[in-house]
Design a protein around this ligand. Sequence first.
Ligand SMILES: Nc1ncnc2c1ncn2[C@@H]1O[C@H](COP(=O)(O)OP(=O)(O)OP(=O)(O)O)[C@@H](O)[C@H]1O
Ligand SMILES: [Mg+2]
Length: 250
Amino acid sequence: MEKEPILKGIKLTKDFGGLRANNNVDFELYQGEILGLIGPNGSGKTTLVNMISGNISITSGDVFFKGKSIKGLKPYQIGRLGIARTYQIVKPFPGMTVLENVAVGAMFGSKGKKRSTKQALDIASEVVDFVGLGKYKTLKADSLNVASRKRLEVAKALAMGPEVILFDEVMAGLNPGEIDQAIELILKIREKGITLFVIEHVMRVIKAICDRIFVLQQGEKISEGTPEKVLNDEKVIKAYLGKRYKQLAA
Ligand SMILES: Nc1ncnc2c1ncn2[C@@H]1O[C@H](COP(=O)(O)OP(=O)(O)OP(=O)(O)O)[C@@H](O)[C@H]1O
Ligand SMILES: [Mg+2]
C-alpha cells in the first residue's frame, strides 16, 4: 500500500460554534479497499463524510481526491469528480418511482457527461436490478420498507458511476437476514472496482467487509488498523465497544 491514496484527509477539523466535531482527523483510502469508520454516537463520523462530500464547509485541514484538493467544491462538483455518498437518514424523492429516483443519480454523476433522460433511465434500470430492487422499479419510493430504501440509497449513489462511495450507516435498521444480504451487495460493489468508505455500527459487518478501520471518539481519531487489531485495542473497547460489542459481535 505505498501508492498514493485515492482519497486522503489531512488534519480535517470542523467547528460548529463552540463544538469541535472533528479535530485534526487524518485518513487515507486506497484504491479498491473498504475502509471502515466506527465510533460512538455523536463522535463526528457523519460530520467527516459531510466535509468530504462538500455538504458542509471545512473549518481547517484539507481533503484530496487523486492528489488534488477538493476543499471548497460544491457537492455536485465532488459527485461529478467521482465521489458519491449515501445519507444516514434516507431521503428518496417521495412522489417518484424507484426507477426515477435512481435516474436522478444517473443524471447527476458520471464525470460531468451530459446524459439524455433515456440514457439515465437505462443506467438506472441496470443499477436497480444490480441492487436487487428490479421488481419494485415502478413503485413509488415512499412505499418501500427500510431495507429496500437503503438499497435505493445505494442505487442512487451507484448510478452516478462513482470511483468512491461513502456509505453512512447503510445497515442501520436492518434485521440480521437483511444485513447478510447487504454485506453481499457491498462486496459485489467492491468487485466492480469501486472503493468504499463505510460508517458502520454493526461489528460483524465491519469484520466481514473492512480491510482497515479507524475510530473516532469526540472528534478525534483514537485508533486505526485492521479490524482485528482495532477491535482488540483497549482504548477502543473502553471508549466504544464494551457492552455494544458483546451484543453485536456474536
Ligand atoms: N449541522 C450541525 N450543526 C451543529 N452541530 C452539529 C451539526 N452536525 C453535527 N453536529 C454535532 O456534531 C457532533 C458530531 O455529530 P455527527 O453527526 O458527526 O456524529 P456521528 O458520529 O455521525 O453520530 P451518529 O452515530 O449518531 O450518527 C454532535 O455533537 C452533533 O450534535
Ligand atoms: Mg452519523
